[in-house]
Design a binder for this molecule. Structure first.
Ligand code: NAD
Length: 248
């Protein structure tokens, strides 16, 4: 039920952090992986090779790259695509009163616009292949909550949860499922500033029922579940993987 032998998975932003963890988990479940990365993902490639699977790294900046071209490169590499993980994301922190247009635009471009157009290009390919595809978007606790000092990030991640539902509704008839994972507070570059602030860091940790920051490996089970036949009747859902944060 959880086996993905012979599938081709695309993971954006898999040179580090959560994307690297999910790319490796998908490879260990049987996938060949294509990364779409703004910087080289050699460490991820080495880990996937150790798992006995193929890795191709496509270099692109998701602020400007054309999704149809990227998906075309994936198909040219491995002949098909079965799973798209829209993981790449950035965050900019400033008070809403001072927030700049550049910090608004760049976050929306990577975290929301690229998510939609990559999903569209992948879905067109799934339909052309006549195969049931899987799309998994990486949302956030700020899909559910407002947060503070991250207005473009909250707008984008709230948008990702809504878009996940809309695409699930429209594409169910093609056998495509669209779900999202909302990671909690995870130990990656994204949260470096929070973890470096002793006050914010203690506040956050004190509120997590499982009493630790999450790790990339904590997404391994959830991503394989949502990519595999085990989740065949799950679509439009955003799964929080947050150590219990939202229940608090
Ligand atoms: P990270 O900063 O380590 O990784 C972000 C990835 O996105 C990197 O691979 C980076 O190269 C890539 N990226 C950034 N800008 C890009 C661009 N213009 N084009 C292509 N790739 C680009 O952080 P992470 O925590 O691993 O983040 C992964 C995802 O998880 C993001 O969408 C993030 O918003 C989300 N998330 C993280 C947390 C957390 O606590 N770390 C919580 C909720 C959601």
């Amino acid at each position: 039920m959880f086996e993905l032998n012979g599938k081709v998975a695309v993971v954006t932003g898999c040179d580090t952090g959560l994307g690297q963890g999910m790319a490796l988990a998908l490879a260990r479940a049987g996938c060949d992986v294509v990364g779409i990365n703004v910087v080289p993902a050699d460490a991820t490639g080495a880990l996937i090779a150790e798992a006995g699977r193929r890795f191709r790294d496509i270099r692109a900046d998701l602020r400007t790259a054309k999704a149809a071209v990227l998906i075309g490169q994936v198909v040219a590499s491995f002949g098909r695509i079965d799973i798209l993980v829209n993981n790449a994301g950035i965050i900019r922190r400033a008070d809403a009163l001072d927030f700049s247009e550049q910090d608004w635009d760049e976050v929306i471009e990577v975290n929301l616009k690229a998510v939609f157009f990559l999903a569209q290009a992948a879905a067109r390919q799934f339909i052309a292949q006549k195969s049931p595809g899987r799309i998994i978007n990486i949302a956030s606790l700020l899909s559910f909550q407002g947060g503070i000092r991250v207005p473009s990030y909250t707008a984008a991640k709230s948008g990702v949860m809504g878009l996940t539902r809309l695409l699930a509704n429209e594409w169910a008839k093609h056998g495509i499922t669209v779900n999202a994972i909302a990671p909690g507070y995870m130990d990656t570059n994204n949260t470096e500033a929070l973890r470096a602030d002793p006050v914010r860091s203690a506040e956050i940790l004190g509120r997590i029922p499982l009493a630790r920051w999450g790790l990339p490996a904590d997404l391994a089970g959830p991503i394989v579940f949502l990519a595999s036949p085990a989740s065949a009747y799950v679509t439009g859902h955003t799964l929080a993987v947050d150590g219990g944060w939202l229940g608090r």
